[in-house]
Design a protein. Sequence first.
Lengths: 84, 246
Amino acid sequence: MCTYATEKIKVAGSGKGADGWFRLSDATVYFDHPVHALDEHTLNIDFLNPAKGPGARVAVELTEESGRALMEAIRIALDSAPAH
Amino acid sequence: MSDALRAETVRITGANGDEIEAYLAQPLDDTVRGGVVVIHHMPGYDAATKEIVRRFATMGYDAICPNLYFREAPGASPDDAAATARAAGGVPDARLVGDVDGAATHLKGLPHANGKIGVIGYCSGGRQTVLSACSLQIDAAVDCYGAFVVGNPPEGSASKVRGIEELLPNLSCPLLGLFGADDSHPSPEQTATLESILTEHGKTFDFHTYEGAGHAFFAVDRPSYRPEAAVDGWERVTAFFGKQLA
């Protein structure tokens, strides 16, 4: 975890962590060494609610290819949704 | 020397007089010995780091690793604590120095301490080791692939970490540096810059850059592990501390 480059955004929604569902307030996105994935670098996303403590976290570690596929899938899903 | 040891979580006094958690391992024999402060990598105060602490105890040292994320994330799992610390931009330098000073003081107060202190750190802990050695009076320091001893994180990064070039004239002890040729943080160019600054100031150092290894080649639980570099690195650490902490 040594590039230190971290994107931080505010988010609204919910996530399901180790203790069940909780409201999300923040997310961090970074391409760095993973904790668990078997690649030297991965796209890591943490969905967080710092007010509820460090354990209020939903984490994913994705290969670069998976991260780009996810971006595209999100774009398609949002673009194809009916106006709301 | 017996091979029995005792390893446990303790509380120490860190920066600003704060009580923080630390992992302490001690040989159970009566040999007078040096102490080693282990500074954990950015992923945190984890099982692999505690294993390193125990290894130093098997080598005959009192060894301790302060939990640098204890204030933000007491009792949290290491990965959650590391995520919290990352989002906060990392550990402030002054607090780090105070925590390492507290860990060293704790080691010096143990019954068989000879008063000598070595510091070793990995990843972000490599930079923090050099920072400690430039801020405190210690006897030996080992920087394992620490980024941003020279140079800064990318523009726009949440990290508050900055290079510590201006502190290098204050380096208080010999420095062993272990790096990977394929690493980009620090890059071989950055370690060469560090070498030239240390040379300019007449400091004692010994740097090794391993071909075929990148960042975190000591990390046995990660794909970055490179046994050849790690085995040679451990031999160099053993010889270095054996000489400097006797």
